[in-house]
Design a binder for this molecule. Structure first.
Ligand SMILES: Cc1cc2nc3c(=O)[nH]c(=O)nc-3n(C[C@H](O)[C@H](O)[C@H](O)COP(=O)(O)OP(=O)(O)OC[C@H]3O[C@@H](n4cnc5c(N)ncnc54)[C@H](O)[C@@H]3O)c2cc1C
Length: 429
């Protein structure tokens, strides 16, 4: 059985996807997961595939690059997509999930395989055998140092934050109302309308509030997920043109709100909500004080505070081979956010591809490129062939398809789905 055995380090989104593919293919999979005995400050459950921040897997529409990526994953038999369908809760156009049910579904599914072996232990090195490293953006300690050594000493990082979660029954429903923007979708969001005076006061307090200390000299942020206080600091009106934009959210009682904060359901029961876009590095005390200035949140009960984390990733063009193995340690395959992609869905998708490549290697088959016409293929192409200054992590977006315009989008989608199906057929031959 030795050549049918694979070790996976990390039971997050990518590691779980990789395990699912390999288990279905008959491999003996041993997964090492350091939770629950290790507290990394972001994960709070022992469940595999836990979402650390937002409970949204972004748009479900194929005309959105992340929506198309999810459809590609469905066609590759993704565990994340199976779990998301089971745990879906109202979220307008976004695929929004009850985070606990989502992770529990992933965990339970993997545990049904007799060839899946879960060891709750922290790994500090990778042995000589083939392994998939899927320890995510919070990789640290001895394993991080080893990775640094093997990737040419050029690991990169950026700072990312999570948003707070509050209790629905602590909201003031004389102010808060349910409505979806322009009445599209299912009134999935709760809305907190600001007057101009409330908005002005809020922005001043937000930008002056005390921030938690970051233990690093490199405070590089990911532009796609800036802390709310950093965004607000870029200009008094910035949030009003971003996640607090009021358009399409007026009602007869609030015909023209100046700005609107939206709350998204976080659990199937509908008792927890997160404040959309409010990822933050404010101290807990300041989160409570400043976010309670949002109309309707005056007595909000905080069930989880926002938190800032250093996200590590590899300098993929220099560190990785095109089959996702490390150039300096070809027995180690990198999956998930460590590979240089950004986002839940993107990380999970790379987990599937890493597993495909490991299986091919064990089956004596050559590496196979994922077609560049697909979102996952375009993302991988970016990782391997990026040229320029500092390599930045990438999420699914249409800029990865320079030849595709809004007008030709339908064709791009059709080509991508056709390409992923032929890729999937090829790897099963
Ligand atoms: C604070 C924060 C907020 C984020 N918010 C969002 C968001 O809102 N939306 C979004 O799309 N993306 C977000 N991301 C980015 C990213 O999509 C997620 O981090 C995603 O979970 C990455 O998937 P992964 O499988 O690569 O890593 P993870 O899901 O983090 O999985 C890694 C796993 O490896 C385990 N592990 C780590 N080291 C070891 C070890 N040495 N031995 C054994 N086990 C180990 C961990 O416990 C964990 O279970 C966020 C990231 C962070 C850090």
């Amino acid at each position: 059985m030795k050549n049918k055995a694979v070790t996976i380090i990390g039971g997050g989104l990518a590691g779980s996807e990789a395990a699912y593919f390999l288990c279905k293919r008959g491999y003996e999979v041993t997964m090492y997961e350091r939770r629950p005995s290790y507290d990394d400050g972001a994960h709070i459950t022992p469940l595999l595939g836990e979402l650390v921040c937002s409970n949204s897997l972004k748009s479900m529409q194929l005309t959105n690059a992340c929506g198309l990526l999810k459809e590609e994953m469905r066609r590759m038999g993704s565990l994340m997509m199976e779990a998301a369908d089971k745990a879906a809760i109202p979220g307008g156009n976004a695929l929004t999930v009850d985070r606990d049910l989502f992770a529990k579904t992933m965990t339970d599914r993997l545990l049904t395989f007799p060839n899946f072996h879960l060891i709750r232990e922290e790994k500090t090195d990778f042995g000589e055998d083939l392994c998939i490293l899927a320890t995510g953006p919070l990789t640290d300690g001895a394993l991080y140092d080893r990775l640094l050594e093997l990737s040419g000493g050029t690991n990169l990082s950026f700072f990312d934050a999570s948003a707070p979660i509050i209790a629905k029954d602590s909201l003031d429903f004389t102010k808060v109302y349910a409505k979806s923007r322009f009445d599209q979708g299912d009134d999935a969001y709760l809305n907190c309308p600001f007057t101009k005076e409330e908005y002005d006061r809020f922005i001043i307090e937000l930008t002056h509030a005390e921030r938690a200390h970051i233990h690093s000299i490199d405070t590089h942020y990911f532009e796609g997920c800036l802390p709310v206080e950093i965004m607000a600091g870029r200009g008094h009106e910035t949030l009003r043109h971003g996640m607090l934009k009021p358009f399409g959210l007026g009602t007869p009682e609030h015909p023209k709100p100046y700005a609107v904060a939206q709350l998204r359901q976080d659990t199937k029961l509908g008792d927890y909500y997160n404040i959309v876009g409010f990822q933050t590095n404010l101290t807990y005390r300041e989160q409570k004080r400043v976010f309670r200035m949002i109309p309707g949140l005056e007595n909000a009960e905080f069930l989880r505070y926002g938190l800032m984390h250093r996200n590590s990733y590899l300098d993929a063009p220099h560190a990785l081979n095109e089959d996702l193995s490390l150039k300096k340690a070809p027995n180690v395959y990198i999956a998930g956010q460590l590979s240089g992609v950004e986002g839940y869905v993107e990380s999970a998708a790379v987990g599937i591809i890493a597993a495909v490549e490991v299986a091919r290697r064990l089956e004596g088959k050559p590496h196979i490129n994922v077609p560049k016409e697909t979102v996952i293929g375009a993302l991988l192409d970016y990782l391997f062939h990026f040229v320029g200054g500092r390599f930045e992590p990438m999420n699914a977006n249409w800029a990865l398809f320079p030849d595709s315009s809004k007008k030709s989008r339908e064709k791009t989608i059709e080509i991508a789905l056709h390409a992923i199906e032929s890729y999937w057929k090829d790897i099963h031959e």
